[in-house]
Design a protein around this ligand. Structure first.
Ligand code: TYM
Length: 370
């Protein structure tokens, strides 16, 4: 899918993309992109603006890109085995409907590729409990749990394995993933130092400005999130026009009636302008110029209209794709075959470096050694 007047400016992590690469490392590890998304719940506008739209843009630039539907990650909190298979297919359909082209990138289901869990164990053996306990996503998700599943604690190690299994150099994600990618960098460095240079140090790529951390519609001090118990806090790509309108009308703004963009002082209305800017392909300045005489109540109706007309064609494509499950399964199988080939090579190298492989000497060589 070509985004009409797509104007996202790609910015990179505040660390220069290559500043920790030596010239030799750059040539040793060619640019490769890896990212993933959990097949839990529906894609919301945060996932779409912060991650999926970046992937489509990177694909248009002919990048070497690998994308995973990370089903093993979705087991870190209690899940329903009856609905998960459909969620995986639905996520596949959604990514294709958003413009991901499986002939240009590798798209696969994580659990179909064994190297992820194997490498995760190897990396887990060099991770420390103290380091994992400090990760904000763990703190956030475990805060209200009495019994914290071990999977929730160690999933950032699996995430590091996802990335390093492909020797990926860049990871397009929303800002909430920053600390997990920093852990990946640390593990790559630790492994390289102990066992010899094996992995590149991967870096985040963010979509510009507010898109990398889209806010909740109900509480703009928080990010828009699948795990927020209030469904009115997020707009999902498959929401009906009626739901979209209701959610945007009910979104929290402030007591000032003008529409101005100031993410620090006016996070609610600025969040709506960001969404509007993305779905309409117009800049924040253009939008603010046009709505000078419109109050926030009326402005919300304009935003809702723009969101509805942006998501409706995507919804139609999702429905069409969901009517051909065989095709979706074929896409995932083809992706898994390619992903397995690449990741098994990495795993072989890792096993050799960790001393998990031995070469059997012939009887003749053994005698000479004696
Ligand atoms: P997940 O499934 O929670 O989210 C998928 C992507 O959406 C981004 N995102 C957002 N971006 C902007 N604003 C928001 N409000 C917002 N909410 C979510 C996330 O940053 C993410 O990029 N652990 C990961 C999945 C994963 C992964 C990986 C990612 C597993 N292995 C390897 C990259 C590389 C996660 O749970 O994403």
């Amino acid at each position: 899918m070509i985004f009409p007047r797509f104007r996202i400016k790609f910015v990179t992590h505040s660390i220069n993309l290559y500043n920790s690469y030596s010239a030799t490392a750059q040539s040793k590890f060619p640019r490769r992109i890896f990212s993933g998304i959990q097949p839990t719940g529906q894609i919301h506008l945060g996932n779409y603006l912060g991650a999926v739209s970046q992937w489509v843009k990177l694909q248009q630039n002919n990048e070497d890109m690998i994308l995973s539907i990370v089903d093993l990650h979705s087991m870190t909190l209690p899940h329903d085995p009856k609905t998960l298979p459909n969620s995986i297919l639905e996520m596949t359909a959604t990514l294709l409907a958003c413009g991901i082209d499986p002939s240009k990138v590798i798209l696969f289901q994580q659990s179909m590729v064994p190297a992820h869990t194997h490498l995760s164990w190897c990396l887990g053996c060099i991770s420390t409990m103290a380091r994992l306990a400090h990760l904000p996503t763990f703190k956030e998700k475990s805060a209200n749990l009495k019994d914290v599943p071990l999977g929730l604690y160690i999933y950032p190690v699996l995430q590091a394995a996802d990335i390093l299994a492909y020797k990926a150099t860049h990871v397009p994600v929303g800002e909430d993933q920053t600390q997990n990618i920093e852990l990946t960098q640390d593990l790559a460095r630790m492994f390289n130092n102990r066992f010899g240079e094996t992995f590149p140090i991967p870096h985040c790529i963010y979509t510009g400005s507010e898109f990398s951390r889209l806010k909740s519609l109900r509480d703009p001090s928080k990010k828009m999130s699948k795990s927020d118990p209030d469904p009115k806090s997020r707009i999902c790509l498959n929401d009906s026009p009626d739901d979209i309108l209701k959610k945007i009308k009910k979104s929290v703004t402030d007591f000032t009636s003008e529409v101005t963009f100031d993410p620090d002082k006016r996070p609610g209305v600025s969040n709506l302008i960001s969404i509007h800017s993305f779905v309409s392909g117009r800049t924040v300045e253009e939008i603010c110029g046009e709505v000078q005489n419109v109050n926030t109540g009326k402005y919300k109706l304009q935003v809702a209209e723009a969101v509805i007309s942006h998501v409706q064609p995507i919804q139609k494509r999702i429905d069409d794709l969901m009517s051909d499950e065989e095709y979706l399964a074929k896409v995932l199988k083809m992706g898994a075959e390619k992903a397995t080939e690449i990741s098994e090579n990495t795993l072989d190298e890792v096993k050799r470096k960790l001393g998990l492989q031995f070469r059997i000497k012939s009887a003749h060589q053994q005698k000479i050694n004696v």
